[in-house]
Structures are given as structure tokens and as C-alpha cells.
Design a binder for this molecule. Sequence first.
Ligand SMILES: Cc1ncc(COP(=O)(O)O)c(C=O)c1O
Length: 356
Amino acid sequence: MKKHNYSAGPSILPQEVFEKASKAVLNFNDSGLSILEISHRSKDFVAVMDEARSLALELLGLEGKGYQALFLQGGASTAFLMAPYNLLKENGKAAYLDSGTWAAAAIKEAKLFGETIVVASSKDDNYTHIPKGYEIPADADYFHCTSNNTIFGTQMHEFPSTNIPVVCDMSSDIFSRELDFSKFDLIYAGAQKNMGPAGTTLVVVKEEILGKNGRAIPSMLDYAKHIKAESMYNTPSVFAVYVSLLTLQWIKAKGGVAAVEKLNNAKADLLYTEIDRNPLFKGAAAVEDRSKMNVTFLLNNPEHTETFDALWKAAGISGLPGHRSVGGYRASIYNAMPIESVQVLVDVMKALESKV
Ligand SMILES: Cc1ncc(COP(=O)(O)O)c(C=O)c1O
């Protein structure tokens, strides 16, 4: 039986993407070769990379606006250090919003490169809300934020306005909602949540912000080098890029990010409505900052844990336990999660209510 997969990442992808990817593993483009054994320089794969790069920009509404999309390796964790390496001047400073564990990990890396100002932090309340009302120093080299905090289930619904370059880790909500993406100068996202399998990281960068910090940058960490090499500076993760392309094509066929966002809103509404209605549960994050991708919630009475766990497991649900730093449950309802699967979870929550 196919499970209802609530895993936070690697996570659910569209069923048709799994099917197309499986076929390509056996016979890619009727070439008689597997996608796993072809050269990344082959005509067929260069076409995959080119389409993936341009489709990523198209879906974000950034085509023809001076941006480049790259599919790199090393995960979002490598982007944590690439941002300061490429943007932070030797004697400059960077401004960071500390909204969760991953934001804190990005801050830790930036500190290795220079002065790193934390403009605000919600660490003191275990990151259950997004800090607001902070000032961004106008003389910082860039401002860094995390659009969706995967672990805590909070999401930025508004972004501060500033004249300095804005860098955003969108690992867990890329392509999930419409935003004015031209307000961001550097966006990065590990593929393994809303875009593809683990192994590639989407980077979307406004070219004009690069080459200005005067640092000598190792080639693999230099965004400009990757742009010049058309995202083929070294052997890219061929399969992960291909599966990402299939997912981007799926998003486009659904009607683009706007259409996917509508479905995401319906799924989040369904689940949060039940969390708020059902007296056995409570949400873990501040209501105004709730994430539409990672829904974190707790049982009011921990004694119900065993019964609830047995119920959702019996319903074919997988990947529901919360991160150890929050406890409770985390339902990751990424783009590919069908609303029918969310309904299964809601029904289980109702079933618990009538059972206890
Ligand atoms: C928001 C966010 N940023 C960064 C990361 C780290 O990504 P990676 O494992 O690709 O380095 C994660 C992983 O879950 C994440 O959720």
C-alpha cells in the first residue's frame, strides 16, 4: 500500500514524477541508456540542465530580470557558507534573522567570514514565532533570512524591506507560494523537500550582486564560476537535476506556483482547522506565523500518544513524529501531498477524539 508520506525531507514527490524517473533509470529518452550512465555533457543531459534552469526562473517570475539559476551540490548547508564567501566583504558585515535551527546554522558559518549581526532572534521561546519589528543596518553587505522554518513550523508571511541585498533560504517552501521573488537577490533551496531528491541545491542569484566583495573564492564555492560554466563546472548530480526538472514540469502543468499555492492553502486550512477545533490537540507555532508546509502540533494530554500513534500508523501514515527539539507531530504537506492524504490525517484525529 502506498503510504501517506508526511516526512519533512527527503519527502513526498508527485507520483507521476516517480514513474517518469523510474522509466528514465531504465531507458532515458529512448536512448537505450539509463539516465544514470550518460555523460553530463551529452546533448540529452545538457538539454535537461538548460530546461531545469530556465523553468526554475520562469516559475519564480524571474526570467529576463538579471537572475541565473544553478543546480549545485553540498546541500543548503554549503549555501550557508557560499553566501558570505560571495557577498561579505573582508571588513564588511552581514545581518541575519535568527528564526530557527537552520537560520542559526547559517549564522554560525557567516561568523567564520566576518562581523555577523543578528537583527532579531526567537531562540528564547524555542523559535515558536518569527521575530518582527527589527532594524536592518543599511550598511550591511546583505540581509539573510529563512522563509520557512522546517523544524518549528513557522513561515515568514511578510518580508522586511531594505535596500541591501536580501538572501533567503527557501529550502522548505520554494515553489509553494507566490511572492515577488525579484525582492530577493540570492535564493537557495535544497531540492529534497519541494523539488526533487536529495543531492542538488537550487540557487537563484541576481548576477549584479556578485564579484563585489574582493575575496579570492575557491572555484567550487564561487557562484560566478558556476554561472560561467552554465551549472556544469564539475559533474552535476545528473539524476537529482533530472528529477527536479520533472517536478518543475509537474508544477507548470498544474498551472504554476499560483495554482499550487491554492491547493497548499486548502490543505493547510483543512489541517489547522482540525487542530484548532479538536480539544485533544494544539498547534505548536504562533498562529500568525504558522507554516503552510510544516504543520507542527501537540497532544494536550501525552497519555493519548500511544493510541494516536497506533491510529495514524494503521491509516498508512508515515513520517509524522515531530523533530526532537519540538516533540509532538509535524505534518509536512509539501506541494506533492494530495489533499486526500490530509483528509486521512484529519479523520484519524477525529477518530482519536471519539475513542478517548
Ligand atoms: C530551512 C532549511 N535550511 C537548510 C537545511 C539544510 O539542508 P541540507 O541538508 O540540504 O544541507 C534544511 C534541512 O532540513 C532546512 O529545512
